[in-house]
Design a protein around this ligand. Structure first.
Ligand code: HEM
Length: 179
């Protein structure tokens, strides 16, 4: 997982709980990197899982809720850092449809070591979009948070539902967005 994600995560923890919490997390999460992240560096995604689990124990918020809240925040940060990906996208559906074949493809060009999930799209009706998230890593809740962040960005009235599927490794979830 790219350092930019860890840096945004510690920034958010710092904003909500303060610097001491960031230090406590890094100390208790037993990280190979020792919590020293650079935005272009690459770190094992398990460090993110550990950080979230420790934060969950200390804060009493479930890891799923922490991933979701962080995902919403992360979307805001990514959209400011990479405004080009939002340019010319007239609505939420056309933006999300560009995620698999454009945005994450460009991310992979910028950072060849990035580990990205995959998405499959189905449009059962004009006002409904289904996205199936599949990853070798356990970040379906983060995906939901990012999606909620995107919904907020476009300001459309959307109903989001989700169905999780059991998989041997990583995670798989179907998100259904209804206008
Ligand atoms: C401006 C838009 C976006 C940009 C620039 C972007 C970029 C990135 C980057 C840099 C990573 C880290 C890859 C790594 O650490 O190796 C990532 C991961 C991820 N992205 Fe995006 N992303 C965007 C939008 C979204 C949206 C809207 C979703 C909604 C589902 C999403 C879902 C994810 C997930 C869940 C991961 C974590 C990796 C995994 O699940 O295996 N991204 N993205």
């Amino acid at each position: 997982m790219k350092g930019i994600i860890f840096i945004q995560f510690t920034k958010k923890v710092n904003e909500v709980w303060g610097e001491d919490m960031v230090e406590d997390l890094i100390e208790q999460a037993d990280l190979d990197s020792e919590g020293v992240y650079t935005s272009v560096g690459t770190y094992c995604f398990r460090e993110m899982v550990s950080l979230i689990n420790v934060l969950s124990k200390i804060s009493g918020t479930s890891p799923a809720d922490l991933q979701k809240t962080f995902g919403e925040y992360l979307f805001k940060q990514l959209s400011m850092k990479y405004p080009l990906f939002l340019e010319g996208k007239k609505d939420l559906f056309s933006f999300l449809a560009s995620l698999e074949n454009t945005i994450h493809v460009e991310v992979k060009k910028l950072y060849p070591e990035a580990e990205l999930p995959s998405f499959e799209y189905v449009f059962p009706a004009e006002n409904i979009m289904e996205m199936t998230y599949r990853s070798q890593r356990p970040f379906a809740d983060l995906a939901e948070g990012l999606l909620r962040g995107a919904v907020a960005h476009f300001g459309e009235k959307i109903e989001l539902s989700r169905q999780d599927f059991p998989v041997e490794k990583g995670s798989k979830a179907l998100f259904r967005l209804t206008k």
